[in-house]
Design a protein around this ligand. Structure first.
Ligand code: AP5
Length: 213
């Protein structure tokens, strides 16, 4: 199964992608995670991406398309994949289709997680992430047992630099200008399914699974 998770910042793409990865045993490919790892590792790519990410803008298409092409050709993607945060605009979606076609593959489902702006701001300003294993927490909906410490691995929890109000607003603007048009793009191809992503993480997961099984 090949699946794209669409939705604004904070819609729950990463949360749902991790659960789908466990259930279906297929890799989660998050361009945001790949880019954040490059920033953490101080690579040349990380240095180029950091300023753009901190400003809430999109990293140039040639960089992310290159990353994705390389990643989906790896052996673990043979049985399927979950794309989380890619594509982000029409140009990326077209390149993805071309790349998959060259491999005789196609996307089976595009799930759009819909949430309103107020909920996005609440989710992102309350989010913290483990700097070791990447597990996500939320001040209200999923608080860690010990403040600032990951329940799973004991790593230190940190807030993402782009999870401040000003940058969240910029990310939402970029989403509506560049990413939201993908809904029409995939709807025309007949692969778009929309999930009202309000409610608990588990409720949303059930709805997503119903749509793809
Ligand atoms: P990326 O990492 O992709 O960030 P995003 O799209 O802004 O999405 P988020 O990771 O913020 O949110 P999410 O939808 O995954 O929600 P989550 O599950 O974490 O991209 C970051 C940056 O990288 C971009 O701005 C750009 O610069 C660059 N980039 C990445 N991909 C790119 C591309 N393809 N092209 C160009 N540039 C690219 O949940 C959020 C919070 O809510 C968590 O605390 C969670 O616990 C909580 N939560 C989740 N579900 C629920 C629920 N149902 N109820 C209550 N709380 C919930």
């Amino acid at each position: 199964m090949r699946l794209i998770l669409l939705g604004p910042p904070g819609a729950g793409k990463g949360t749902q992608a991790k659960m789908l990865k466990e259930k279906f045993q297929i890799p989660q490919i998050s361009t945001g995670d790949i880019l954040r790892q490059a920033v953490k590792d101080n690579t040349e790519l990380g240095a180029r991406a950091k300023t753009v990410m901190d400003a809430g803008q999109l990293v140039p298409d040639d960089i992310v398309i290159g990353l994705i092409k390389e990643r989906i050709r790896q052996g673990d993607c043979k049985t399927g994949l979950i794309l989380d945060g890619f594509p982000r605009n029409i140009a990326q979606a077209e390149k993805l289709s071309e790349t998959l076609q060259d491999m005789n593959l196609a996307i089976d489902h595009v799930i759009d997680l819909e949430v309103d702006e107020g909920e996005v701001i609440e989710r992102l300003t309350g989010r913290s992430t483990c700097s070791e294993c990447g597990t996500m927490f939320h001040r209200v909906s999923r608080p860690p047992k010990v403040a600032g410490v990951c329940d799973g691995c004991g790593g230190k929890l940190a807030q993402r630099p782009d999870d401040n109000r000003e940058t969240i607003e910029e990310r939402l603007k970029v989403y509506s200008e560049s990413t939201a048009p993908l809904k029409e793009f995939y709807s025309k191809q007949g692969s778009l399914k929309t999930v009202e992503a309000k409610g608990s993480v588990e409720e949303i997961f059930s709805l997503v699974c119903e749509m793809i099984e």
